[in-house]
Design a protein around this ligand. Structure first.
Ligand SMILES: Cc1cc2nc3c(=O)[nH]c(=O)nc-3n(C[C@H](O)[C@H](O)[C@H](O)COP(=O)(O)OP(=O)(O)OC[C@H]3O[C@@H](n4cnc5c(N)ncnc54)[C@H](O)[C@@H]3O)c2cc1C
Length: 374
């Protein structure tokens, strides 16, 4: 026997969505999350509409006052293009989004434990999960939804951990009432790019991704802002006119976009733990939620179909994951190369500017269709 049907490690978007979906079928679920709720997270906070009906079918009600359907992109020198976003998205802070899912999960009977998981062992047919204080918990399945990079990845000997993680993420909320509600703006600067969009509170979220090399070239955040960010005229205007609402920006380090495995030692990996799309695609959150749905549905199939075994489940999860997300991640990787190349980027923008068809193709290639409800 085991303590839970499913243990989920990480109570972010992927983990909480999987928990809510599995509770629909009345399974006994535990989510382990290191941090206390609610909390801010480094994220662009543009949520693609493709997952909104599905989240609502899990009885999650989200603020919809910021609907974003226009995108503006600029190069470091200020060459810009704008485009309509066919499906669009909502501007919702992670503080509100994750907390809303958390409260719903508690209401639905999910056990949420504030503990940091340090090891996961599979002794067929049961998993044993250990926390940093010596607690042990058993389950039939484990979903790994612990985000981009974790000590657990090292313990599990995952290949991607050997690769470079040369990216840093920075985010803060700002007051700038004149910023358009329906816009997501992506601005390039040397070694990175930043996104600006409004959230449900009316604050503008400024979140950027930057290479270590670029960041280290300046002595502190202020000089980085002045000497690198402000070189882009759009960012310069934003910095001059806005007022930061956080006491200091939030940062995360060691972001890697290397290929990951979807299954590791029989653990089903969801969200960023399975693979991270480049942030400017604005699709990471949708992928986290969608992959959680896929994992939950296959686990349900396992529990309800007597001739469906763990091997079939894992094979099918891997197949679906690559079919649905493989191309998006690949296109995102290629676009990132172009965008961050100082020589190619302005020419690519010119080309895109003359071809609205190409823009809509690229947006479609990095996004999915509206996913089915429960
Ligand atoms: C700079 C930047 C901007 C982005 N902008 C956007 C955007 O605008 N739109 C978009 O759709 N996507 C965006 N993304 C991507 C998006 O943030 C992620 O894809 C999304 O957060 C993935 O959700 P997740 O549940 O997989 O991981 P997370 O939300 O990171 O959740 C993982 C959780 O696991 C917990 N955890 C970690 N280790 C342990 C452990 N050992 N034990 C217990 N708990 C643990 C963490 O505390 C965390 O709460 C952006 C990413 C970056 C880096």
């Amino acid at each position: 026997m085991y303590d839970y049907d499913v243990i989920i490690i990480g109570g972010g978007l992927a983990g909480l969505t999987a928990a809510l979906h599995l509770r629909k079928y009345h399974y006994n679920i535990a989510v382990f999350e290191s941090l206390e709720y609610p909390h801010h997270k480094v994220c662009g906070e543009y949520v693609s509409m493709e997952i909104i009906p599905y989240l609502e079918s899990l009885n999650v009600s989200l603020p919809k006052n910021i609907y974003i359907n226009e995108m503006l992109m600029s190069t470091e020198k200020g060459t810009s293009i704008s485009a309509q976003l066919p499906l669009g998205g909502l501007g919702i802070s992670r503080y509100t989004l994750d907390y809303t899912l958390y409260k719903k999960a508690i209401l639905q009977g999910v056990t949420i434990l504030q503990k940091h998981i340090s090891s996961i062992k599979f002794g067929d047919p049961t998993f044993t999960v250990a926390d940093t204080r010596g607690g042990h918990y058993t389950s039939k399945f484990v979903i790994g939804a612990y985000g981009k990079r974790e000590a657990l990845d090292k313990n599990l000997n995952r290949d991607f951990i050997q690769g470079k993680s040369p990216w840093l993420g920075v985010k803060a909320h700002y007051k700038l009432d004149s910023f358009p509600e329906n816009l997501v703006a992506l601005h390039n600067f040397r070694g990175g790019y930043g996104g600006l969009s409004k959230t449900e509170s009316g604050a503008v979220n400024f979140c950027y991704l930057v290479s270590y090399d670029s960041f280290k070239s300046e002595k502190n955040m202020e000089s980085f802002q002045q000497n690198i960010l402000a070189k882009n005229p759009y960012l310069n205007k934003f910095i001059m006119e806005s007022e930061m609402l956080f006491s200091k920006p939030l940062t995360i380090a060691q972001i890697s976009f290397g290929k990951k495995s979807t299954i590791e030692n029989h653990i089903l990996m969801c969200g960023d733990t399975a693979g991270l799309i480049h942030p400017f695609c604005g699709n990471g959150m949708a992928m986290a939620v969608h992959s959680a749905k896929m994992a939950a549905e296959l686990i349900h199939l396992y529990f309800t179909k007597s001739d469906y075994d763990r091997h079939q489940l894992e094979k099918e999860y891997n197949r679906q994951w690559h079919k649905i997300f493989g191309k998006r991640i690949w296109v995102g990787r290629q676009l990132q190369r172009v965008l961050l190349n100082e020589t190619i980027s302005p020419r690519a923008m010119q080309l895109i500017n003359y071809s609205p068809y190409l823009v809509s193709k690229l947006i479609k290639a990095t996004h999915g269709k509206t996913i089915d409800t429960v």
